[in-house]
Design a protein around this ligand. Structure first.
Ligand SMILES: [Fe+2]
Length: 375
């Protein structure tokens, strides 16, 4: 047996092919990453009024999000404690006029998840109501984004709060009025690629020159030096005269109030591991929720957020931003699917990161920290 060849000088080896292709690796990621981290599932204003609910598929689990009478968000596994029936049988949204009633035998729970009534059963007949609350899911909100966490007891034991996971992101984005923004458009993409291929692609601009000619005309800095010198802290400048992500580089919408001089004309981006990509222009935000479905399948929900003061205008039309993003997105997903297909070849063992892709080493480290040597 010979040792694996060393990476050529100046290059770093990526994760091995199994990390992108194997169902076993995906199952480990599901247990150790997606069932342990805070995952963004959408925006808080999807549940505007007390009693509103939405059902989301999160890492293969059906999760019921509700807004309580007190106006708080709660999340439960969508599973009746009686016989396991789903409380709400389909993904989607709705409103509970009173409590959560299981359609099977009408066991009824409060919006907080406590068992309230079970027909023809009571404490006297031995029903231990307190032991039959819905299984809880952690839920928290930052900037209007709803995050859930599938193993809340375990997360609490290790102090793994949403704030801990977000780290310095809220501080870096403090001038953007994220909590005030509303969704004007949503596009759902089904992509034939591993979720890590998509994150790795988001994390480097070495590919921008070859893959995104229109984007590079808007942001020439993306193709300079393979995108290795980009100052994401300060934001990326557009070409002269352009200040936002539309085909023309301009729009009639006003920039968000409170941005600094750079943020009014530059573009910022954040990757919040493991499932949110945020791209911030001066007057809109493109949010991407990465929802892995299998080793070679990923759903991405892309929401376009604008300020309500602009959305209220009679001539509001987000198409200039949405169409430009959709063009760039499709270029990205197509190349990610090409990577996924190429990696299935018998000759592919692992790839390399070039120096200007060094952000990608962060993904390798992120995976290694959570899966150890089993990545
Ligand atoms: Fe790209």
């Amino acid at each position: 047996m010979s040792a694996a060849p060393r990476a050529p000088v100046g290059l770093e080896r990526t994760l091995p092919r199994e990390a992108y292709l194997s169902p076993d690796a995906f199952a480990r990621e599901r247990e150790r990453i997606f069932c342990r981290e805070w995952l963004c599932v959408g925006r808080a204003d999807e549940l505007a009024a007390p009693g509103d609910y939405v059902v989301k598929d999160v890492a293969g689990e059906s999760i019921l999000l509700v807004r309580t009478r007190e106006g708080e968000l709660r999340a439960h596994y969508n599973v009746c404690r009686h016989r396991g029936s789903q409380l709400v049988p389909d993904c989607g949204a709705g409103h509970f006029a009173s409590g959560i009633r299981c359609p099977y035998h009408s066991w009824t729970y409060t919006l907080e998840g406590e068992l309230r009534t079970a027909p023809f059963l009571d404490e006297a007949s031995g029903l231990a109501r307190r032991e039959l609350s819905l299984h809880p899911v952690g839920v928290d909100v930052w900037g209007g984004f709803v995050f859930v966490q599938l193993t809340p007891d375990e997360a609490a034991a290790r102090g793994h709060t949403l704030a801990a996971q977000l780290g310095a992101v809220p501080e870096r984005l403090r001038r953007y009025p994220l909590g005030e923004l509303r969704v004007a458009r949503r596009i759902t993409y089904e992509i034939g690629a591993n979720w890590k291929v998509i994150l790795e692609n988001y994390n480097e601009c070495y590919h921008c020159g070859p893959v995104h000619p229109e984007l590079c005309r808007l942001v020439p800095a993306f193709k300079e030096g393979g995108g290795g010198e980009l100052d994401w802290e300060r934001g990326i400048p557009h070409r002269d005269g352009a200040w936002t992500f539309t085909a023309s580089g301009t729009t009639t919408r006003a920039p968000f109030e409170g941005l600094d001089a750079d943020e009014q004309v530059r573009h910022k981006g954040e990757l919040i591991y493991p499932n949110v990509m945020l791209s911030l222009s001066a007057e809109h935000v493109a949010a991407f929720y990465v929802l892995p479905q299998g080793p070679d399948r990923t759903t991405i929900v892309n929401e376009f957020l604008f300020h309500p003061s602009e959305m209220a205008k009679p001539d509001f039309d987000p198409s200039d931003a949405v169409e430009f993003w959709d063009l760039v997105n499709r270029q990205d997903w197509a190349i990610c699917e090409s990577v996924q297909r190429g990696m299935t070849s018998r000759v592919f063992r692992s790839g390399y990161y070039a120096p200007m892709e060094s952000w990608n080493l962060d993904i390798r480290r992120y995976i290694a920290e959570r899966l150890g040597g089993e990545a």
